[in-house]
Design a protein around this ligand. Structure first.
Ligand code: PLP
Length: 247
């Protein structure tokens, strides 16, 4: 077994253990392999080991890799997990199966328009792109995402976000599936817990407020903190270094 396959097995075991400890089923948590800086050859090793969902941060970096693997591995699902500039929205709409880093209503409108114009055959006649709303609940000014720091104490902040969500949910070519968040960097995984808990509570509030929507997914947790994220309700974990090694 190559190192990447062994790492994937180890991560899956840790996911299962964290789920068990949280009284959840391991099947509720999907592993996204984060492949930024990784070559198509190394991604192919992860595919051979059974991983099928991958996250890339940048459209330009992802494009040749997705092309390189498309013919041999048509079943791969590619998710964009990094900030998307509006001038790359069209390319992202062509390349990705999901955009998890949707962080503004303007970007949502641009993506919606491009998906509608492209009418991607792989999305069927309904032609909807799956998206997650990236939320910044952690207080780091540098973090991308809808600005929601302190949303629980500030009803006006939550109300303003709800107005944007209401508009987003009317876009015909996007399908909102839930939220994504990134915890501030820390050497202590426990430091991420309040961020994950706040994102989960926000998801639950949105599900109450917009019962017509689908709020099933919570993408949170990376190599250092995915066990904490699973304890707090993550359904997607984004793992790079624990699979592919240090970048
Ligand atoms: C790089 C990255 C990850 C993976 O981080 P690791 O620490 O390598 O597991 C997850 N999510 C996002 C948004 C990233 O940019």
């Amino acid at each position: 077994m190559d190192a990447i396959a062994a790492h994937i097995d180890a991560v899956r075991e840790r996911i299962a253990a964290a789920a068990r400890q949280a009284g959840r089923s391991a099947a509720e948590v999907r592993l996204i392999g984060v492949t930024k800086t990784q070559s198509p050859e190394r991604i192919a090793l992860a595919l051979a080991a059974g991983l099928t969902d991958f996250g890339e941060n940048r459209v330009q970096e992802a494009e040749p890799k997705i092309a390189a693997l498309a013919t041999t591995h048509p079943q791969v699902s590619w998710r964009l997990i990094g900030h998307l500039q509006r001038n790359k929205a069209k390319k992202a709409a062509v390349l990705f199966d999901a955009v998890d880093s949707l962080d503004s209503l303007e970007l949502a409108r641009a993506l919606d328009r491009h998906v509608g114009e492209l009418a991607r055959p792989q999305l069927g006649s309904e032609a909807r792109l799956l998206v997650l709303l990236q939320v910044n609940v952690s207080g780091e000014a540098s973090k991308e995402g809808f600005a929601l720091v302190g949303w629980e104490e500030q009803p006006a902040l939550f109300a303003a976000f709800c107005a944007e969500v209401a508009a987003l949910l009317t876009l015909p070519h996007l399908r909102v599936r839930g939220l994504m968040t990134i915890a501030p960097w820390s050497s202590d995984p426990e430091a991420a817990r309040p961020t994950f808990r706040s994102a989960r509570r926000l998801r639950d509030r949105l599900a109450q407020r917009f019962p017509q929507g689908d709020w099933a997914e919570l993408s949170m947790g990376m190599t250092d903190d995915f066990a904490v994220a699973i304890a707090e309700g993550a359904t997607l974990v984004r793992v790079g270094r624990a699979i592919f090694g240090e970048r």
